[in-house]
Structures are given as structure tokens and as C-alpha cells.
Design a protein around this ligand. Structure first.
Ligand code: 5GP
Ligand code: ZN
Length: 113
């Protein structure tokens, strides 16, 4: 685990986060700067920098399945929600530990800016 990685430190409990769901392989917590009424980040416990580095179908499957579980738990299923994985500079990725954003609670608009 890279000691400098913010999300690894959240997994380790070294930095506090509002955790909403934990599984054997993933942790979900509220985004510190929410872009929608509900904004949760789902991350693998393992340090994988981005989708470009994610070569494990089981890890990716669990990441998305956990995102769906979060959406259900947060009551987003009836009205819908968005799941986003930003990769690299043009997408605006700022934390290089892969994460799926789960956004909902208002109409989100499309396409993104
Ligand atoms: P990215 O832009 O890399 O796709 O998303 C990174 C997200 O992490 C941003 O939405 C940002 O608000 C969130 N974030 C950054 N630092 C922290 C933190 O210390 N705690 C939490 N809970 N979220 C953070
Ligand atoms: Zn990490």
C-alpha cells in the first residue's frame, strides 16, 4: 500500500470517512465534496491506481456490484442514479486509487460538462 495514497489511508482507518458499506474487498464512503444530494465513492481495498491498471475482472465486478448495493441502500434505485469512473487528466481524476462515484438524488443531466 502506498503510504501517500489518501484512499488507502481511509481503508486503513488512518483518515476518517463517513463509511456507508464495507465488504471483504471494497469500502464505500461519502464524498467529502458532494456533487449531488447523494455522492458515495466505492473503492477496492487493494491499491489499483486507475481503470487503466485494473486487469482483474473479479475486482471490477465487485466494485460495480458494490456500487449497485450502495445505490439500493441509499434509496436511489426507483428514480435512478449514475455510476462514474474517471480515468486520467481529461476526465478529471484527482485521486489515483480507482473509485466508482455513485451519484443520485436529483436529475443529473447528460452529457457531463
Ligand atoms: P476523482 O476526481 O478522482 O474522480 O474523484 C475524487 C473524489 O474524491 C472527489 O469527488 C473528491 O471530492 C473526493 N475526495 C477528495 N479527498 C477526499 C477525502 O479526504 N475524503 C473523502 N471522503 N472524499 C475525498
Ligand atoms: Zn491506494
Amino acid at each position: 500500500m502506498p503510504e501517500s495514497c489518501l484512499f488507502c489511508r481511509i481503508v486503513q482507518g488512518e483518515i476518517p470517512a463517513a463509511i456507508v458499506l464495507e465488504t471483504d474487498h471494497c469500502v464505500a464512503f461519502r464524498d467529502i465534496d458532494p456533487k449531488a444530494p447523494t455522492h458515495v465513492l466505492v473503492i477496492p481495498r487493494a491499491h489499483v491506481p486507475s481503470l487503466e491498471d485494473a486487469r482483474d475482472p473479479a475486482l471490477l465486478g465487485e466494485l460495480l456490484a458494490t456500487a449497485a448495493d450502495v445505490a439500493r441502500q441509499e434509496g436511489l434505485v426507483e428514480r435512478g442514479y449514475r455510476t462514474v469512473i474517471n480515468t486520467g487528466a481529461h476526465a478529471g481524476q484527482t485521486v489515483f486509487h480507482i473509485h466508482a462515484h455513485v451519484l443520485g438524488g436529483r436529475p443529473l443531466g447528460w452529457p457531463p460538462g
